[in-house]
Design a protein around this ligand. Structure first.
Ligand code: SF4
Length: 320
């Protein structure tokens, strides 16, 4: 039996723009009917261009973004209908690692206080127990106990991201949402943080959702990949299936831009035009305004998912 930690069913997220943005009072259709399961112990990457809805989807999954409709089940309990106590337990089980380690740590707090904070708020551990947990976690991310008495500005970007990861670990979460966790770091440091995330996933049997536009990070870290376009998942499969045999023209375009990673030797698929506004979604297939393989039906009918294998499906009329 597949053990799903999270089950997202037909999720919609939309919001109104403020005055001055797109003329004000526009409805942004950020997530449009996403259904996806996240298995316990896996790293699921959500990829796509900036503005495709991946960060909004990820934040909605951990209830940081209000939803319009749908269901988000965490260990078979819908988080959208949880009471305060259930929600508090859910919050302890889920943590986030942000893109920018410079702004995610309070510059006025010593590292020891930053790491203590979630434990003081969410547990009834004694000071001695709290200190023991903090020392364990700071070592686990490759830093020494001496770091605990320092302030964030005394660390490099990579070290700060290690501290942010240690803070995410102190409550022993089951699920971590990592939003572009290495994109603000020097290239030389990125590999160290990627290796650390991989190691922690194994050691603590963590489940990750990884939000990134960087296909090389996905190839190295993720077990499965979901490709998102204008608020929809247009293709999902194992990392091997997506990299070796991408089916959706959008996935092919994303991968053909980085042939040394994908190994795809076919000619480069050029994306036409810009991402349409999520306040004015195209009719039919949402990708048809930019797709080089578009044909008549594409502008009229939104395609259903086509099963390529047990783990691989694609939303495109070409595979009917
Ligand atoms: Fe392109 Fe048509 Fe497939 Fe959409 S359905 S991705 S427009 S071929």
């Amino acid at each position: 039996m597949i053990d799903n930690l999270l089950e997202i069913k037909d999720l919609y997220v939309e919001y109104k723009t403020n005055k001055g943005i797109l003329g004000g009072n526009q409805i942004i259709h950020a997530v449009n009917g996403v259904s996806i399961n996240i298995k316990r112990g896996e790293i699921l990457a959500i990829a796509g261009e900036s503005g495709c809805g991946k960060s909004t989807l990820a934040k909605a999954i951990i209830k940081l973004e209000p939803t319009k409709s749908g269901q988000i089940n965490f260990k078979q309990h819908n988080i959208l209908t949880m009471n305060k106590k259930e929600l508090k337990n859910f919050r302890k089980s889920t943590q986030m690692v942000f893109q920018n380690p410079y702004s995610s740590l309070n510059p006025k707090m010593k590292i020891i206080d930053t790491l203590k904070e979630p434990l003081l708020i969410n547990t009834e551990y004694s000071q001695k127990e709290i200190l023991k947990i903090i020392k364990e976690k700071i070592k686990k991310v490759g830093l020494s106990e001496e770091c605990l008495e320092l302030y964030p500005h005394e660390f490099s970007g990579g070290q700060r991201q290690r501290i942010a990861i240690a803070r995410a670990l102190v409550l022993n979460p089951e699920f971590i949402l990592a939003d572009e966790p290495v994109s603000a770091l020097d290239v030389s440091i990125q590999a160290q943080i990627i290796n650390l995330l991989k190691e922690l996933k194994e050691d603590f049997n963590l489940t990750f959702v990884l939000i990134t536009h960087d296909m090389s990070v996905i190839k190295y870290l993720a077990d499965r990949v979901a490709i998102m376009y204008l608020g929809e998942i247009v293709e999902i499969g194992t990392t091997e299936e997506i990299f070796k045999s991408p089916k959706h023209p959008y996935t092919q375009a994303l991968l053909s831009a980085v042939p040394q990673i994908s190994g795809i030797k076919s000619e480069r698929t050029i994306l036409q035009g810009d991402l349409p506004s999520p306040s004015d979604l195209p009719k039919g297939c949402k990708f048809h305004t930019r797709c080089s393989k578009c044909f008549e039906r594409c502008a009229e009918q939104n395609p259903s998912y086509i099963k390529i294998s047990e783990s691989h499906k694609v939303k495109c009329h070409l595979y009917i």
